[in-house]
Design a protein around this ligand. Structure first.
Ligand code: ARG
Length: 334
């Protein structure tokens, strides 16, 4: 009976850790370096507000055994799940896929904080609540086409803004991607930094990117990276900026969007092509009239939602079955 109890607690403890690590998996640069604090003042970390509010810095989360399971060192760190950039004192530019759920609906603005003014998730900066979310009307969650959204902030985040480059950067221009995303190329391991990181990546020709991604590579995207791999943005960097120098001033040319794996040889990172969206951005931030995003019903539950739920739900179901068997089996023997 004691052994059984221990086993149950062990299983539950594992489950607990799994679900908490999942929180961060949603969210993180491979082959890069830590950015100098203050180097990218327009960088924004998007936090899941309930998580950021619920987990106090230094909280010891106790497991069901009563023993401390682990130390949650910082709420901002635990709750960061995407990047963004300040393009105006009250507007954050990010990826649509950061704010549109699997059912294609836009998340509630009150579930987000924009953490501005710090490169360190563990200290400094200010958390600003979000007043409204504007997703581009042509965003398609199945194809990640037009992967762009703007967050209107509840209060001013100051004037450390970045300009959007209005044209396509030339092929082979060295661009810089920044973010708090996964630093490991390997799919099986993840490592999320507390300090903002950056990596330099050459802009890839449209022909080369088409060769790699075929029809998945649309007119609203561009690629950056190395054919040999090794350097890339990765999970958790999404929504964050890709900068290029325009006469010595960094301007944003892309938004981290997607890629096959991270830093894999033969693949590039795909970025939202901001030259296609400058009019849209200016219209939205100046309060003009824009076409609203309507959650389409085409793609909702079948592959996206259903798949995600299945892969979380199925192992859980199996664990429950095993637990049930253990309990019933023991009772019989008793
Ligand atoms: N979609 C990812 C995210 O949500 C970003 C992936 C970027 N991948 C890449 N290989 N550059 O964080």
């Amino acid at each position: 009976m004691t052994i059984l109890k221990l086993r149950v607690l062990q299983a539950l403890t594992v489950l607990c850790c799994l679900s908490l690590s999942q929180v961060h998996a949603q969210t993180k640069i491979v082959g890069g370096v830590k950015s100098d604090p203050g180097a990218w003042p327009s960088a924004v970390a998007l936090l899941n507000k309930p998580l950021a509010d619920g987990i106090e810095a230094g909280t010891i989360v106790s497991s069901l055994t009563g023993l401390p399971l682990f130390l949650v060192s910082e709420a901002n760190y635990q709750s960061q799940n995407c990047g963004g950039s300040l393009i105006d004192s009250k507007w954050v530019l990010t990826a649509a896929h950061c704010v549109v759920g699997e059912d294609n609906t836009v998340i509630a603005p009150e579930t987000l904080y924009a953490l501005v003014g710090t490169s360190d998730l563990m200290s400094g900066g200010s958390r600003i609540t979000v007043k409204s979310i504007v997703v581009h009307h042509a965003y398609n969650s199945q194809t990640a086409d037009s992967d762009i959204a703007l967050l209107e902030l509840e209060s001013s985040a100051g004037d450390s803004t970045t300009d959007v480059l209005g044209v396509d950067p030339a092929v082979d221009t060295i661009a810089t991607a920044i973010g708090w995303g996964d630093t490991t190329a390997d799919d099986a391991t993840t490592s999320y930094p507390a300090d903002l990181r950056e990596v330099d990546l050459p802009v890839v020709s449209r022909a080369d990117c088409t060769n790699v991604y075929g029809a998945d590579f649309t007119n609203n995207m561009f690629c950056a990276g190395y054919d040999a791999g090794g350097k890339d943005s990765c999970q958790g960097d999404s929504g964050g900026p890709l900068f290029v120098s325009d006469g010595g001033v960094f301007k944003q040319a892309g938004v981290v969007s997607w890629g096959t794996g991270c830093a894999q040889a033969g693949y590039y990172g795909v970025y939202t092509r901001l030259s296609q969206f400058t009019t849209w951005i200016n219209t939205v931030k100046s309060g003009g009239t824009y076409t609203p995003y309507i959650a389409s019903s085409i793609s909702s539950s079948v592959s996206a939602g259903g798949g995600g739920n299945f892969w979380f739900g199925f192992p859980l179901f199996i664990i429950m079955l095993v637990l049930r068997k253990l309990i019933i089996g023991t009772k019989k023997r008793n």
